[in-house]
Design a protein around this ligand. Structure first.
Ligand SMILES: Nc1ncnc2c1ncn2[C@@H]1O[C@H](COP(=O)(O)OP(=O)(O)OP(=O)(O)O)[C@@H](O)[C@H]1O
Ligand SMILES: [Mg+2]
Length: 472
């Protein structure tokens, strides 16, 4: 796509995200911008290489109505749907496509994500419904947070059941009038505001590592996807010195926390949304810095960013990995729980105690818990020993399974999304524990680990055994 800014700056841009263009070129959110856009309309209704002029105001993205994509195989039906939707005055059509995706890598799925469609209408041909049902499945798995409206004939109940099972939220009659459309879109906006209200209470979980490479990013990424699968809307924020979370999700972010911090003076919900990279499960990622940064955000700036994040999601998962600086201290103080990932070796536990001490007196240190990664029971070495060595309570233990985790990281497909592995169940259990913990008035969570019976059995007079020696 070619985009020309009216001030004469020409640029080629691979994405159709206008938000992105506005941010990258430092255009103030309130400024009106005239964009000349030449679309490549392969498979679209408009003539190929049509050139359009449009005016858009970046801050008004949410006010322009619900972003709708229409997918149908029938040219006439496309015109009918476009007209009917337009007549509701509640929407803006961001994509109108003739045909359905034929596979998970089909370009139209990418376009739905790029155009940030909120609702996708999939028209079901009564004579040949299977392709549309398959399309619903593909859209649902490629874009988990997009709402799908199936449009078909109410006289075919099997199609209704199949469409809903495939992931459609609504089934609209092909002959439905403007009022029925308005009702469906009203239900959609009501569900959004319900989600936003409950999202106003997001919990913040920050992951640190006791020392490099013990598994903070792996634990943060898997806990985030497990939370998103079962407990609500999640944003994963990568504050590690160099961001690795996008690699573990096989994503190529356009924007990072650095862009967020640099644009805080004009940050609003739609700008923040424009900085997110979307993972197929519905998880949002505010990606990490691609290079080490010198800039230190102030406490006010971080609080402003987190205020906005907690207002938009149910859970904010932060990966700080090996970051040990004022930013990490401030983020820990803003968190409901701080999870330090460690392994049961001398260096890791020694280091964990130093990081614990670095978190000065305050919320961050009180909310600190240990997550033992690559856990293997060592005879004679108990959780109490870990707690004495690190000055903090053990919350969770994740088993060692390189055979499963290694390839999952290489493929960019977190193991927590794969059923049948003990290690996946462990991440799901940690997510459930964090989601279900009761919260005190000050936001602290009641996170207590149910110690193994054998670990809690008191052995009077027992000496603390070095974990390394115990392992021998
Ligand atoms: N439970 C586990 N079982 C087996 N291997 C694991 C486990 N968790 C993590 N790993 C391995 O450890 C490696 C390092 O993990 P990860 O990058 O998450 O650590 P980190 O603490 O974030 O490191 P960094 O200091 O680079 O930020 C991973 O690439 C993975 O191969
Ligand atoms: Mg890391």
């Amino acid at each position: 796509m070619q985009v020309r800014l009216s001030k004469g700056r020409n640029l080629s841009y691979n994405s159709s995200s206008f938000q992105g263009i506005l941010i990258r070129y430092g255009v103030p959110a309130s400024q009106q911008v005239r964009l000349e856009v030449s679309f490549d309309y392969e498979g679209h209704l408009a003539p190929v290489q049509e050139v359009r002029s449009m005016t858009l105001k970046s801050e008004n993205r949410l006010m322009h109505g619900i972003a709708v994509a229409i997918l149908t195989e029938d040219r006439e039906q496309s015109v009918v749907l476009n007209t009917r939707i337009e007549s509701t005055h509640m929407t803006r059509t961001v994509l109108s496509h003739l045909g359905f995706p034929i596979g998970p890598s089909d370009a139209v799925l990418r376009q739905i994500l790029d155009q940030r469609a909120e609702v996708v209408l999939v028209d079901i041909d009564p004579k040949n419904p299977s392709r549309a049902i398959r399309a619903i499945e593909m859209i649902h798995s490629a874009a988990g947070d997009v709402t799908i409206f199936a449009v078909g004939e109410l006289t075919q109940p099997t199609n209704i059941v199949s469409a809903m099972r495939a992931g459609a939220r609504e089934f609209l009659d092909r002959a439905s009038n403007r009022e029925a459309m308005i009702e469906a879109f009203t239900r959609f906006t009501a569900s959004l505001s319900r989600a936003q209200r409950s999202a106003g209470k997001a919990r913040v979980f920050t992951f640190l590592n006791a020392k490099g490479g013990v598994g903070a990013t792996t634990t943060a990424v898997n806990t985030a996807v497990a939370l998103e699968q079962a407990h609500g809307r999640v944003v994963l924020v990568d504050f590690a010195p160099i961001g690795h979370a996008s690699l573990q999700l096989n994503l190529r972010p356009q924007f990072t926390v650095v862009d967020a911090l640099q644009n805080l003076h004009r940050m609003d919900v739609s700008l923040l949304e424009g900085l997110m990279t979307h993972y197929r499960s519905g998880l949002h990622l505010l990606a990490g810095a691609q290079q080490p940064q010198n800039a230190v955000p102030t406490a006010t700036e971080l609080a402003r960013l987190f205020d906005l994040l907690v207002s938009q999601y149910n859970f904010v998962v932060v990966d700080c990995s090996g970051r040990v600086d004022a930013t990490m201290q401030m983020i820990c103080d803003l968190s409901n729980a701080v999870l330090m990932v460690a392994q049961t070796d001398v260096v890791s536990l020694w280091s964990a105690a130093r990081v614990q001490a670095f978190l000065q007196e305050g919320a961050g240190r009180e909310r600190l818990r240990i997550v033992l990664n690559r856990y293997k029971k060592i005879p004679g070495f108990t959780d109490e020993d870990v707690e004495k060595a690190t000055n903090c309570k053990v919350l969770w233990k994740i088993p060692n399974n390189y055979q499963v985790i290694g390839p999952a990281i290489d493929k960019g497909s977190p193991v927590a999304l794969q059923d049948g592995h003990e290690v996946a169940r462990s991440y799901q259990g940690l997510a459930a524990e964090l989601a279900a913990a009761t919260s005190a008035a000050d936001g602290a969570l009641s996170l207590v680990y149910q110690h193994d019976k054998s670990d809690t059995a008191k052995r009077p007079g027992r000496l603390i055994v070095s974990p390394m020696r115990a392992g021998q």
